[in-house]
Design a protein around this ligand. Sequence first.
Ligand code: HEC
Ligand code: HEC
Ligand code: HEC
Ligand code: HEC
Ligand code: HEC
Length: 215
Amino acid sequence: MGQIFSKKIDLMIRGALLVAGLGAATTVGGMLFITHPKRIEPGYQPTQPIPYSHKMHAGNLGLDCLYCHTTVDKSSYAAIPPTQTCMNCHAKVKGQSIVLEPVRKSFELDQPIPWVKIHRLPDYVFFNHSAHVNSGVSCVTCHGRVDQMIEVKQVQPLTMAWCLECHRNAAPNLRPAELVTKLDWKPERDPVEIGREIIALKKINPPVNCSGCHR
Ligand code: HEC
Ligand code: HEC
Ligand code: HEC
Ligand code: HEC
Ligand code: HEC
């Protein structure tokens, strides 16, 4: 452990000492020694237990993201839908399909489908979906064109530098909150101007201090 991370952490903590003072730096450093997870990389695309396609459901059929990810604008996490949501349609639609057998089984046995999680931040990072979605940051900014993906994959690095780049300059990435799930939305005028208006209206001020994301 020490050998792999100590140099980098040392540098980070020295930086933090300058920027944020001793208190925050020791907390962050302490957390890191306890849990340092595997790095998360763009392109990560695990095999899922059922060949569920976002391209078909969110793209071709036009289902809104919120139909399934019901908590994304209300809580910190974006819920994966329960099997009941699939059965709303698949009790009838393709009711005999072999690829849907695990869905029917999950429903009959009342056991959740073991979907494999794709995006994962380290435990020492605080993230909140609703704070972003309700400010007008679209799913597409962080997850890409999910409505065109047969299988979801991670397209953004989800690193601290990536988070901070937007936190320091959010304006180009904001839109009216009711359009966050319209992944193909195109602004009709200067997006920076639209963003600045939203920032002023909602008094948006994303955290750039350590304790904003490392609580
Ligand atoms: C019919 C239900 C449904 C709809 C509609 C839907 N999703 Fe999903 N979503 C799922 C299911 C099921 C999974 C888990 C399996 C998978 O990853 O494909 C998932 C997974 C995801 C993941 C990966 C989560 C992880 O594990 O990190 C993202 C990101 C995502 N959806 C975004 C979206 C976006 C954006 C939209 C709208 C364009 C959308 N979804 C619409 C059902 C849905
Ligand atoms: C709003 C209705 C609706 C919901 C909700 C829905 N689906 Fe579908 N699904 C469809 C339709 C329509 C098709 C395409 C059927 C066809 O090709 O004729 C389909 C096709 C599929 C297929 C391909 C079936 C085959 O035999 O080729 C799979 C797998 C699938 N859905 C999984 C899911 C899962 C898993 C969920 C829940 C996360 C889900 N669906 C939720 C309507 C829905
Ligand atoms: C500012 C970036 C950002 C935006 C905007 C965003 N997400 Fe996420 N999403 C993430 C990150 C980061 C994770 C991993 C969270 C974790 O591991 O704690 C994630 C995880 C997920 C997951 C997996 C379940 C979970 O909560 O960990 C789903 C599903 C998801 N997002 C769907 C969506 C949908 C749908 C939208 C738009 C309505 C959206 N996200 C908007 C960054 C974002
Ligand atoms: C594309 C722009 C963008 C990206 C990328 C982004 N954020 Fe944000 N973040 C925002 C905006 C806008 C807000 C809302 C600030 C406000 O309401 O004052 C915000 C708010 C937050 C907050 C405060 C939430 C609260 O409840 O107080 C945290 C924590 C946060 N972001 C963490 C992260 C992390 C961690 C990442 C990277 C994994 C990230 N953000 C990526 C734009 C972004
Ligand atoms: C906008 C959110 C955000 C802010 C603000 C933030 N961080 Fe981070 N930090 C992250 C995320 C996300 C990760 C995990 C991904 C990564 O390693 O880049 C992380 C990882 C780290 C790591 C581990 C890096 C590594 O390579 O293993 C250290 C150390 C750290 N942060 C210290 C700090 C310090 C010190 C500050 C204040 C100067 C700070 N962070 C402010 C989001 C943030």
